[in-house]
Design a protein around this ligand. Structure first.
Ligand code: ADP
Length: 255
C-alpha cells in the first residue's frame, strides 16, 4: 500500500472546522460552520454566488480572521503545517502581468523545500518540468505566464501545487472558464492525487458534474446546508434549500 495511505489512516483529518463564524465588518457571511474532511477524498464546495465558498477557503488559511471558531489542518494550526497544504486561488485574483515564465511559477512551489535564498538547481528544474509535463504544459515552460490562456494558467498553478508535495489541495474554481481538455487534465490529476491518499477541496460551480468528479460535497449558503458523500447531499431537498428558485435549471437537466 502507498506510504501516504498508510500514514493517513491513523492521522487527524486534513481539514476540520469547529463552529466557525465569519463576518466582513459586522455582517456575518458564514455562520456555525463545522465539518471534518476525510483523507483521500475529493470534496466539491458548492453553493450559489455569495454563499461564502471563497470566504471559507480564505478563512481556513488565515487570510481572513473568523469572528469565532477555528480550523485545524491535520489536527494542528495552519502555521504548523502550511507546507502540507497547497492553495490555488481564483484565476481572476492573480496578477498575470507579473513577468515570470511558466517554469518560474512552478519552481516557486519548490522554494519552501529549497529555502528562499538558495539557487534553483538542475534537479529542481527537472522536477518542475516533470510537473509541467504531467499537466500537458511541457511545451510552454518558457512562455510568459501572461501569454497563456486561462486554462493553461490554471494547469501551471496545478503543476506548482504538485511540486510542493502537499497532502491537502484547496482550489478556488479551477475549472471556471477552462476548456474541456484542461478540465479533464485537472480532474485526472486530482484523481491521481486522491488515489495516493491525498485530499482536495475544490470550489465548483457546475452542479451537473459534481457526481462524476467528486466523492463528497460541502453545500453552503451562509452556513452548511448539507455535507457528506455526493449521493447524500445532491438531492432536491438540500439543493433547493441552498439555491432556492435558481435550482430549476438543474432539475430540468436531471429529468
Ligand atoms: P462565493 O465564493 O460563494 O461566491 P464569497 O465568499 O466570495 O462567496 O462571498 C460571500 C459574501 O461575502 C458575499 O455576500 C460577498 O459579497 C461578501 N464578501 C466577499 N468578500 C468581501 C470583502 N472583502 N468585504 C466585504 N464583503 C465581502
Amino acid at each position: 500500500m502507498n506510504d501516504l495511505l498508510v500514514a493517513t489512516e491513523s492521522k487527524p483529518p486534513p481539514l476540520q472546522a469547529f463552529d466557525v463564524t465569519i463576518a466582513y465588518r459586522s455582517t456575518p457571511v458564514l455562520q456555525g460552520v463545522s465539518f471534518s474532511t476525510p483523507p483521500g477524498t475529493l470534496t466539491a464546495i458548492v453553493g450559489p454566488n455569495g454563499a461564502g465558498k471563497s470566504t471559507l477557503i480564505k478563512a481556513s488559511l488565515g487570510l481572513i480572521a473568523p469572528a469565532s471558531g477555528h480550523f485545524e489542518f491535520f489536527g494542528r494550526s495552519f502555521r504548523d503545517v502550511d507546507g502540507r497544504v497547497s492553495y490555488v486561488p481564483q484565476r481572476t485574483s492573480v496578477d498575470w502581468d507579473f513577468p515570470v515564465t511558466a517554469l518560474d511559477v512552478v519552481c516557486m512551489g519548490l522554494y519552501r523545500k529549497i529555502g528562499w535564498l538558495r539557487p534553483i538547481g538542475h534537479r529542481h528544474r527537472a522536477q518542475a518540468m516533470e510537473a509541467l509535463a504531467s499537466v500537458g504544459m511541457q511545451d510552454y515552460s518558457k512562455r510568459q505566464i501572461s501569454q497563456l490562456s486561462g486554462g493553461q494558467q490554471q494547469r501551471v498553478f496545478l503543476a506548482r501545487s504538485l511540486v510542493q508535495g502537499a497532502e491537502l489541495f484547496l482550489m478556488d474554481e479551477p475549472l471556471a472558464g477552462v476548456d474541456a481538455a484542461t478540465e479533464k487534465t485537472i480532474i485526472d490529476t486530482l484523481r491521481g492525487l486522491r488515489d495516493e491518499g491525498r485530499t482536495a477541496m475544490i470550489v465548483h460551480h457546475d452542479l451537473d458534474t459534481v457526481a462524476d468528479y467528486f466523492d463528497r460535497v460541502l453545500l453552503l449558503n451562509g452556513r452548511i446546508i448539507a455535507e457528506g458523500p455526493v449521493a447524500d447531499v445532491m438531492k432536491p431537498g438540500p439543493l433547493k434549500e441552498a439555491y432556492g428558485g435558481n435550482l430549476l435549471i438543474f432539475e430540468s437537466s436531471e429529468s
